[in-house]
Design a protein around this ligand. Structure first.
Ligand SMILES: Nc1ncnc2c1ncn2[C@@H]1O[C@H](COP(=O)(O)OP(=O)(O)OP(=O)(O)O)[C@@H](O)[C@H]1O
Length: 682
């Protein structure tokens, strides 16, 4: 159909237009408009932020990203709008138009390489969202892949729901949400990840939604909740979400909603290349397009029509196929200008101003009501189950450790007590304290996965960072005990190190503590660089330096100052591990001296003092205590890092934002330019 001439009347006011639920095809517009007028104006006039719920407004919102050179590229261009309790706002637009960026900006989760300008107010107040103030179902389903659907939702219920609710009530709530999302037939299916097939993409999507709607958050963001779902599933999922909107503010970006799903939206925010094509009641969008000369063809889904009209990505194909068609860029400019000169736009601005003026309640952080102890217990249990089921977490490592233990046991088999055994014992202990513990790095991919899930759950306020840090350490302990006892015993007894159960237990304890230390170190690395390759390189580099400066490859007195001797030698855990193991092994043993040079008999203490320059004055137990203290310190550092990221990120974002007035000076607002040009900041 050829577009008609632009006969759009600026007096068009979508806030007085009918509700969309009864208006799916153009013919119905006229018949339902009068009936619905009253309903929508009632909604439109509800701007009292004093009521319970979240009123969100954004005004002249710009988001730009540096394009690598000295200029910036705008992703969102001066957007203005609002979302209110009891309403479902749908954000639609072609792929890449900025839907996720808008959601991220509103939820306070923009990437650090972006700059945000403009006002976002919550209940009329400038308030930083994120970390527990809202729930956000992101596009990526960051879930624990080894859990079943029931486990994932139930653990989440235990973490998020208050202690005052009984376990059976929590279980009941979890089961109900699972049923609501149509997952009752997959409750016992594991979610699955790379390498392990589990749920389908659409089912994972629904698990993510289940987890976030468990507590009925006051402000809910959903980024493409229906991706991967068939049209029936999309409708049921969206209708469940829409059914929760009473007293809640829901904003969802969505691709290709069916006409039934479209009927569930209260308001529609239509974007193209980061510009507003339309904002207002979803039911009035059809008329807006029709009045501008782009009526929805009979029997066509309106949302398909809107997206087709404003998608310029395939203009070349269209040009080849339909030579007489208006270029899409022109169509978009017409709609953008038309919207900006309409009374409805002024009305939206008036609404935003009105809502912004009324200061309502401060949105409280952290929706989690489970006690700290409950969080620790539930997270420890969940993490323990995950570690047990994830073969790569510990079991594979155990198999490699056992293989290496046999390697060590055979290469140093029955090491004896000759003069030559001194060097053999030293090398073997060094290998155990350095390389066996170094291999803990192999668990890093699993740590990164854990960190991703933690970040999502933390941002959505499911639990505190402290509970995560404690649970992560506690759940790893039983496995590390197994991993240090079995390969430790094989190595110890095959090589014939100093006899006595206490000596073996000390050996295994140092191995265990060093593995805890390396795990803690790698969690710190995962907290700083949540990138698998970079993390492994960084972790390996740090440990390489520590091993070098531990006082074995270069004896302590020969270590160059200032870096290697002070401070590295004193802070590297390898120093305390080597010296503890050496004391455990050599003290009490006697060796025949070097026949050519030294004394006839060498006492173990002399070997330590003269050959390895071990520090005396404190016992091997002090070495072990220092190592345990380091585990505590590393975990504390990990906690400080994850909590400071929470504080630093919003501060950086606030620092990166410039007041809207400045923005207007450096950027061209399309509404003020006769022909739209891509604005840029240089
Ligand atoms: N942090 C970033 N750095 C660089 N470019 C970015 C960043 N965030 C978004 N963009 C760019 O902004 C544009 C809009 O991205 P966004 O993800 O918001 O689109 P979208 O409408 O959600 O797309 P889709 O529907 O395909 O998910 C894209 O071109 C994207 O590459």
């Amino acid at each position: 159909m050829q577009p008609q001439v632009n006969n759009y009347q600026p007096s068009f006011n979508p806030t007085s237009m009918p509700n969309n639920s009864e208006m799916m095809i153009p013919l119905e517009v006229e018949t339902t408009s009068i009936a619905n007028n009253r309903a929508t104006s009632a909604v439109a006039d509800r701007t009292d932020t004093g009521s319970d719920g979240v009123f969100l407004t954004w005004e002249d919102l710009w988001v730009t990203v540096s394009d690598g050179r000295k200029s910036s590229r705008p992703i969102l261009q001066g957007l203005t709008g609002y979302a209110r309790p009891g309403e479902l706002l749908a954000i639609m637009g072609p792929s890449g138009c900025g839907k996720s960026t808008l959601l991220d900006a509103l939820a306070g989760r923009l990437d650090s390489n972006t700059r945000q300008n403009g006002d976002i107010l919550i209940n009329g107040r400038k308030q930083t969202l994120a970390y527990g103030t809202s729930a956000y179902v992101t596009q990526d389903d960051l879930l624990i892949t080894t859990l079943t659907v029931r486990e994932a939702v139930y653990y989440s219920a235990q973490l998020q729901l208050p202690n005052s609710m009984s376990m059976s009530e929590k279980r009941e709530r979890a089961e109900m949400i699972i049923r609501d999302m149509g997952l009752q037939d997959s409750v016992n299916t594991r979610i699955g990840g790379w390498g392990v097939k589990g749920l389908s993409g659409g089912q994972k999507r629904r698990v993510s939604i289940c987890i976030e709607i468990l507590t009925g958050p006051k402000l809910l963001f959903l980024d493409e909740p229906t991706s991967g779902l068939d049209s029936a599933a999309s409708y049921y999922v969206m209708s469940r979400i829409a059914g929760q909107k009473e007293g809640r503010t829901i904003i969802a970006s969505i691709h290709q909603p069916s006409s039934e799903v479209f009927g569930l939206f209260t308001n529609l925010f239509l974007l193209s290349s980061g510009r507003t094509v339309y904002f207002g009641p979803a039911g009035a969008a059809n008329e807006f397009f029709a009045l501008n000369g782009f009526p929805c063809p009979m029997l066509q889904n309106p949302s398909d029509h809107f997206l087709k009209t404003i998608n310029k990505d395939f203009d070349q194909d269209i040009e080849q196929g339909l030579r007489n068609k208006k270029p899409t860029e022109e169509v978009i400019n017409t709609l953008v200008k038309s919207y900006q000169s309409s009374t409805s736009y002024q009305d939206i601005q008036r609404q935003v101003a009105q809502i912004s003026k009324q200061e309502g309640e401060v949105l409280e952080k952290n929706r989690s009501h489970a006690s700290f102890l409950t969080q620790c217990i539930v997270l420890t249990r969940r993490s323990f189950v995950n570690m047990f089921r994830d073969l790569g977490y510990y079991w594979l490592r155990l198999a490699i450790y056992v293989t290496l233990a046999f390697g060590l046991g055979t290469i140093f088999y029955n090491v004896g007590s000759s003069y030559g055994s001194i060097q053999a014992r030293g090398s073997m202990l060094m290998f155990v304290a350095s390389f066996l513990t170094f291999m803990t790095i192999g668990g890093f991919p699993s740590f990164v996965e854990d960190m991703k899930v933690f970040e999502r759950e933390r941002l959505n306020g499911h639990y505190s960072s402290g509970a995560f840090v404690i649970a992560n350490a506690l759940s790893a302990m039983p496995y590390l005990i197994v991993v240090s006892l079995i390969p430790g015993a094989i190595t110890y007894y095959l090589t014939g190190l100093q006899q006595g159960f206490e000596h073996f237990m000390y050996f295994a304890s140092v191995l265990f503590t060093c593995m805890m230390l390396v795990e803690s170190l790698m969690m710190i690395v995962a907290g700083i660089v949540p990138n698998f390759l970079m993390g492994i390189i960084l972790g390996a580099g740090i440990q390489g330096l520590m091993i070098l400066g531990g006082g074995f490859f270069r004896l302590p007195k020969d270590l160059p100052k200032p870096f290697w001797r002070y401070p590295l030698y004193d802070i590297t855990f390898h120093k305390y591990a080597y010296q503890g193991l050496f004391k455990n092994e050599f003290i009490g043993l006697v060796f025949p001296g070097d026949e050519a040079r030294g004394p006839k008999i060498l006492k173990g203490e002399d070997v330590l003092r003269n050959m390895y320059q071990v520090e005396f004055g404190y016992s091997k137990w002090v070495n072990l205590a220092i190592l345990l203290g380091m585990v505590f310190l590393y975990r504390l550092l990990f906690f400080v890092i994850v909590t400071s990221v929470e504080k630093v990120k919003p501060a950086i974002r606030a620092f990166m934002s410039v007041p809207p007035k400045q923005t207007k000076q450096v950027m061209m607002n399309p509404s003020t330019t006769p022909e739209h040009k891509e604005p840029s900041i240089v």
